[in-house]
Design a protein around this ligand. Structure first.
Ligand SMILES: *Cc1c(COP(=O)(O)O)cnc(C)c1O
Length: 429
């Protein structure tokens, strides 16, 4: 397999792009080598500029749940394009997508569309502060909520509890109201509430997917909701990754819990830049123009993006692929475990619906600290052998692999072979 053209473009891109990528997760920093340049994608497959074709388990980090260029979505976008690209005024399709979203999430009476998951979460946080009149926010170590200052707090276990900024350029003042708790550890949340009386809300990924897949203990969401509300604070559920992916109604449907504020992104735009936040009327009425919390967007509710969202969600709801996702993920888990056993490699596989990944560790992984016990060198070896066998994975131990409904039985066979080859390589490394 050759990466000559990707290599050339990478080198060319370095001149005017930062690291030749527009998001650092696309860099191959932790696996070595240079990032791929993609030419096109269709269904379950993605093709790079050298003509190499891969089964795509990155799926643009989640959005492409139907696979690439689903014909219903393509038709809807093409139709929308004929009417114009952006108006700075409302369109009928915004109402239509809002209805689909609010029907899927019973805790949302109203929704506001934005342009990314980051924007959805930063607005959701502002809303929690506006509604409660309090300032502090609790987040969990290892959960990612986009790149806004307040939530870019060091996710590394020890320092994390000190609320040190995790990025240069984030002033201490921006994170002084951010408190860190341990995932799957309600007591660590309670300790903060005992120490502070000005906590506006707790935010979490209901299934963590940004430290690799880390699943919540059975009652985490329910217990949090009850406890947090009893303390006069709000539960903000960041379903940017899990919304329409864990279930049509997100992890909240699965765990039968209604968030106070829900944040959405990724799947909701079907590959176009859409984010959303929503809540019950009483909370959403804080948002301008109804209330005093300001949040705006020149391109928010963009007509092409709305068309992509509507057609993606309508198709997804009809397909109802969630049972099959569980089966496919279970199959891939079996491939991983059997190959690891055969080659004597220690792994732990975590999965939840259509999110799955192996950690190269013998420990169970229930939080960020345990995730970090993984051997990232082994992952790098595994990653490259998967690539050479035609499977495109996220270039990091700490990213979830995503499944699309376009995956075929033939694709699964290919994934199985690739996993066997990759485990063999890891064992030999
Ligand atoms: C991806 C992600 C975000 C950020 O969304 P962007 O569209 O990249 O800004 C926020 N929260 C979670 C849980 C995510 O997975």
């Amino acid at each position: 397999m050759e990466f000559k053209k990707s290599q050339e473009l990478y080198n060319k891109g370095l001149e005017n792009l930062v690291g030749s990528v527009n998001s650092p997760v696309r860099a191959f920093a932790s696996v070595g080598g240079n990032p791929l340049f993609i030419k096109k994608a269709k269904g379950s497959k993605i093709t790079d500029v050298d003509g190499n074709s891969y089964i795509d388990l990155v799926l643009s980090y989640g959005p492409m749940i139907l696979g690439h260029r689903h014909k219903k979505v393509q038709k809807a976008i093409t139709k929308a394009l004929k009417n114009g690209y952006s108006f700075g005024a409302s369109t009928k399709n915004e109402i239509k997508l809002a209805k689909i979203v609010c029907d899927a999430f019973p805790g949302m009476d109203k929704v506001r569309f934005v342009n990314s998951g980051t924007e959805a979460v930063l607005s959701g946080i502002r809303l929690a502060r506006a509604f409660t009149g309090k300032d502090k926010i609790i987040k969990f170590s290892g959960c990612y909520h986009g790149h806004q200052d307040a939530l870019l707090v060091a996710a590394g276990s020890g320092l994390a509890t000190l609320s040190l900024p995790g990025s240069k350029g984030v002033p201490e003042g921006a994170v002084k109201n951010t408190l860190i708790a341990n995932y799957n550890d309600l007591d660590s949340v309670k300790a903060h509430f005992e120490a502070h009386d000005d906590i506006a809300g707790v935010i979490l990924e209901p299934v963590a997917g940004n430290m690799g897949v880390v699943t919540p203990t059975n009652n985490l969401l329910k217990e949090l909701k009850e406890y947090v509300n009893a303390k006069g604070a709000l539960l903000i559920v960041d379903e940017v990754m899990t919304g329409f992916r864990s279930k049509f109604g997100g992890a909240q449907e699965l765990f039968d819990v209604e968030a106070d504020i829900t944040c959405l992104g990724k799947v909701i735009g079907g590959g176009f830049p859409v984010g959303a936040y929503g809540a019950r009327n009483e909370i959403m009425e804080m948002v301008a123009p109804l209330g005093g919390m300001y949040q705006a967007g020149t391109l928010s509710g963009n007509p092409i993006a709305m068309a992509a969202g509507i057609s993606t969600l309508t198709t997804l709801n009809k397909q109802n692929p969630y049972e099959r996702f569980n089966e496919v993920a279970a199959t891939i888990e079996t491939y991983l475990i059997e190959a690891a056993r055969e080659h004597g490699v220690e792994i732990t596989v975590n999965r939840f619906g259509s999110m799955i990944n192996p950690f190269f560790t013998s420990k169970t992984v229930t939080n960020f600290e345990e995730a970090q016990s993984s051997d990232t060198q082994k992952f790098a070896t595994f990653f490259w052998e998967m690539m050479h066998n035609g499977v495109f994975l996220p270039p990091s131990q700490f990213e979830a692999w995503f499944l699309s409904s376009a995956l075929s039985e033939k694709d699964l066979e290919k994934i199985k072979k690739a996993i066997n080859a990759a485990m063999e390589k890891v064992a030999a490394s």
